[in-house]
Design a binder for this molecule. Structure first.
Ligand SMILES: Nc1nc2c(ncn2[C@@H]2O[C@H](COP(=O)(O)OP(=O)(O)OP(=O)(O)O)[C@@H](O)[C@H]2O)c(=O)[nH]1
Ligand SMILES: [Mg+2]
Length: 448
């Protein structure tokens, strides 16, 4: 996609489509103030950044709206922007949008407002991605990660590292102008040290990247075991729902049932599976096959047993042994005591999916086993694979540069550093790759 220097004025609904209390129509571009004046049928410019109650006229209807205008560059897009807050009827908002189009605006494409904000230097690419994450966040941790990005936490680090690389490059390039110049050992070890420091910083960011992926994608947990041990009951207990059918007939669940719960800001995606046993029933057999696939698909396995059916399914994934129907054991006081003490052991936990006993403890155990370390509020967790890839690529070229210093010519070292610099630039968008830019802004919704 290519933009002319003078861009069209665009219009779109900034609030979700449908009926609501208020609908916000956003207009951005050089004509926006003029369109506003015609919508409210007034000749004088309204004072920017102040809200006014005005009649807004379309060819068919008049609505009393709050209107506000922003003059460039002090707006979300960096252009002249107008917002019309109409009553929240979908059709009404459509009429105002149509009227704006009659007055010279074009309907915006998804993400176009934010794209313009990027082009006008209002935000970097990673900040735009932060906004997408903020909008799509389902958990507190996702919200926090999105907000950190949007506020420029990553950008600040990246720009600083780019500056350091630029300094090193400048020194090398200066030397390159004098081919007869011999690099001293001290000089090359100085550059090596500086590159190593940058390398360490990037590695530290990547170290937390795995946690970031957990924040973003959650953890897939499969519940597997023999028929009737209470797998579906456990899924229901963990998610506090009646999602899965529970009966005392062995072989109730056939298809994989998916549901999720959030614990300490992380989404745990549960897979309830068919009870694994030898079966001649063709439907059940397919279900059992699916259960085995679910094991492959999951990050973590709950190996569920009850007193009658101990689970000896072997899995090549991290797992936890869970014994269900603790309530049935309550009558035997000694056994009961013993089992409850056992819940502190690392390998096995006793629960009752029926009464909910120890289900919270199970959640905590799964959390500890999968998330490993507590997520820290003040840490920057990268949730975005594109950004992680850029850092990995940059790191690779910095390592190349370090390795080349002693054995090669300076121009090759400089080449590698330029690559490292450019990959960092892709994170914020200052190396200007149109494809990446298009891809990112296509993830936005209309009106954003
Ligand atoms: N007393 C007691 N009964 C339970 C408990 N959990 C499950 N049950 C009962 O055990 C039976 C089987 O439960 P399900 O949750 O359907 O078991 P499942 O493992 O999903 O069984 P399949 O789908 O057939 O493989 C039902 O009658 C449940 O009510 C529990 O903690 N205590
Ligand atoms: Mg079941």
């Amino acid at each position: 996609m290519c933009y002319n220097v003078v861009m069209d004025t665009i219009v779109a609904l900034a609030t979700p489509a449908g009926n609501g209390g208020v609908a916000i129509i956003r207009i951005s571009g050089d004509k926006s103030n003029n369109i506003l004046k015609q919508l409210i049928r007034e000749d004088t410019d309204l004072e920017p950044r102040k809200i006014f109650l005005k009649n807004v006229y379309t060819d068919e209807v008049v609505d009393k709206c709050l209107v506000v205008r922003f003059s460039k560059p002090f707006s979300y897009t960096g252009e002249d922007v107008v917002e019309v807050h109409s009553h929240g009827g979908f059709l009404l908002a459509q009429k105002i949008i149509e009227q704006s189009i009659k007055l010279g605006a074009q309907l915006a494409m998804p993400g176009e407002f934010s794209r313009r904000a990027f082009i006008n230097g209002k935000m970097s690419l990673d900040q735009a991605e932060g906004i997408i994450d903020l909008i799509n966040a389902e958990t507190e941790m996702q919200l926090k990660a999105g907000s950190d990005l949007m506020q420029g936490k990553l950008k600040t680090i990246v720009v600083e590292l780019q500056n350091q690389l630029t300094d090193i490059l400048a020194e090398i390039e200066a030397k390159l102008d004098y081919p007869e110049y011999e690099y001293t050992n001290q000089e090359s070890s100085n550059i090596k040290n500086r590159l190593s420091t940058i390398n360490t910083q990037l590695e530290n960011i990547l170290k937390d990247g795995k946690q970031g992926q957990i924040i973003k994608n959650g953890i897939k947990v499969a519940i597997v075991g023999a028929p009737n041990v209470g797998k579906s009951s456990l899924l229901n207990a963990l998610t506090n729902s009646n999602r899965a059918i529970v009966t005392d007939i062995a072989g109730t669940t056939r298809d994989i049932i998916e549901s999720e719960y959030i614990y300490k800001g992380i989404i745990f995606r549960l897979l309830d599976t068919a009870g694994i046993r030898e079966s001649s029933d063709i439907v059940e057999k397919i279900g059992i096959e699916r259960a085995k696939n679910a094991i492959n698909d999951a990050d973590f396995i709950i190996k569920l047993s009850d007193i009658h059916n101990l689970n000896n399914i072997s899995v090549d994934k991290p797992f936890i042994n869970v014994i269900n129907k603790l309530d049935l054991m309550e009558s035997n006081l000694d056994l009961n005591k013993k089992l409850k003490n056992n819940t502190n052991e690392n390998d096995t936990i006793y629960i009752s999916a029926k009464t909910g006993e120890n289900v919270e403890k199970l959640k905590e155990k799964i959390f500890k086993e999968t998330v490993k370390s507590e997520l820290k509020q003040d840490k920057l967790y990268l949730t975005n694979t594109r950004q992680i890839n850029c850092i990995e690529n940059s790191l690779e070229h910095i390592n190349n540069a370090i390795n080349l210093i002693d054995i090669s010519t300076l121009d090759l070292v400089s080449f590698e550093i330029k690559f490292a610099w450019a990959f960092l630039g892709e994170i914020t968008g200052n190396s200007n790759n149109e494809n990446i830019i298009d891809k990112i802004f296509s993830k936005f919704c209309l009106g954003k």
